[in-house]
Design a protein around this ligand. Structure first.
Ligand code: SAM
Length: 303
């Protein structure tokens, strides 16, 4: 049966199913990132109860299912088959089947396939729910000893040099704590590129999280570079990098604006269509001054 016929038939079935309100539910199920005891009771019950489990790597997930004696049928859904498998999964859901999506480790859709199927399901009015659990981002963040109140997650840095440079430029001035993932064979290059762009910063390198030989190295970028020059990186890493300090950012901005007089600085904003009042406010912020100081400098400069 070709793809089109398949879709048409399923579309008809699904309209029927929709009327009866019997669409299945898509469950985004988190699995452990190392320690099998981190599976939740709800995850186990869901994996047992659904009609189908869609897994990033079926050989990997089968081990988890065997360990917990779960016999639910398993199908693969990964980066390279997600386009046609996504459609198949949506058809199954429209036909009333419930599906659990799992990845190799942790929370699906965070730097692994999942994002697309959730989008498709949402577009198709299929109910999506999450069964939360382990996540490498949060585990590494809370162990880092760095600020956790505000943070950004940037996934894996791009490999291609142009995109990589652009991404590093984007994060180098970030004041929130930055979390990224990295594979062992790329760690040294990443540390080096980050150091070059950001200078020395505190960094926490977490590996083997929740496993027997869990390691969290709280150090600086420069120290990490020399450590990994002597020691071969092993295992997958989560890097938690201190954000840029507000003082440093302000200092840099002030230096940037030093080439302009206060009036010139003010006019740059006004020419962008910003009101004089708001422009004053921005100039004051950029220069680390208060508005009254800016106002009197403008008066002075304008003589
Ligand atoms: N979706 C997963 C999550 O929420 O945890 C992450 C998937 S991503 C493909 C895999 C990356 O997660 C690894 O390269 C590593 O950076 C990180 N990771 C997963 N398990 C880890 C562990 N036990 N220790 C350290 N990092 C881990």
């Amino acid at each position: 049966m070709n793809d089109n016929i398949d879709n048409v038939i399923n579309e008809e079935w699904s309209e029927d199913a929709k009327q009866k309100n019997v669409y299945g539910v898509l469950y985004i199920v988190s699995t452990p990132i190392g320690n099998l005891e981190d599976i939740t009771l709800r995850a186990l019950n869901t994996l047992k109860a659904v009609d189908l489990i869609a897994a990033e790597d079926t050989r990997h997930t089968i081990k988890l299912l065997n360990y917990f004696e779960i016999r639910t049928p398993l199908i693969s859904y990964h980066e390279h088959n997600k386009h046609h498998k996504g459609k198949e999964l949506i058809n199954e859901l429209k036909n009333g089947k419930s599906i659990a999506l799992v990845s190799d480790a942790g929370t699906p859709a965070i730097s692994d396939p999942g994002e697309d199927i959730v989008k498709l399901a949402v577009e198709s009015n299929i109910a999506v729910t999450a069964v939360p659990g382990a996540s490498a981002v949060l585990t590494a963040l809370v162990l880092s000893g760095l600020n956790t109140y505000r943070f950004v997650f940037d996934g894996f840095l791009p490999v291609q040099s142009k995109e990589r440079k652009k991404r590093i430029q984007e994060i180098k001035d970030e004041i929130r704590t930055i979390v990224i993932y990295e594979a062992p064979h790329k760690l040294k290059k990443t540390l080096h590129d980050l150091y070059e762009a950001m200078g020395d910063r505190s960094v926490s390198l977490a590996r083997e999280l929740t496993k027997r030989f869990e390691e969290v190295r709280r150090t600086t970028l420069a120290e990490a570079i020399s450590y990994y020059n002597e020691n071969q990186p092993k295992g997958e890493f989560v890097l938690v990098i201190e954000g840029k300090s507000v003082e440093e950012l302000l200092e840099e901005k002030q230096l940037e604006w030093e080439g302009y007089s206060v009036v010139e600085h003010l006019n740059i904003y006004i020419q962008q269509g910003i009101s004089k009042k708001d422009a004053m406010k921005r100039v004051a912020e950029d220069r680390g001054m208060n508005k009254r100081q800016v106002y009197s400098m403008v008066l002075e400069e304008e003589g």
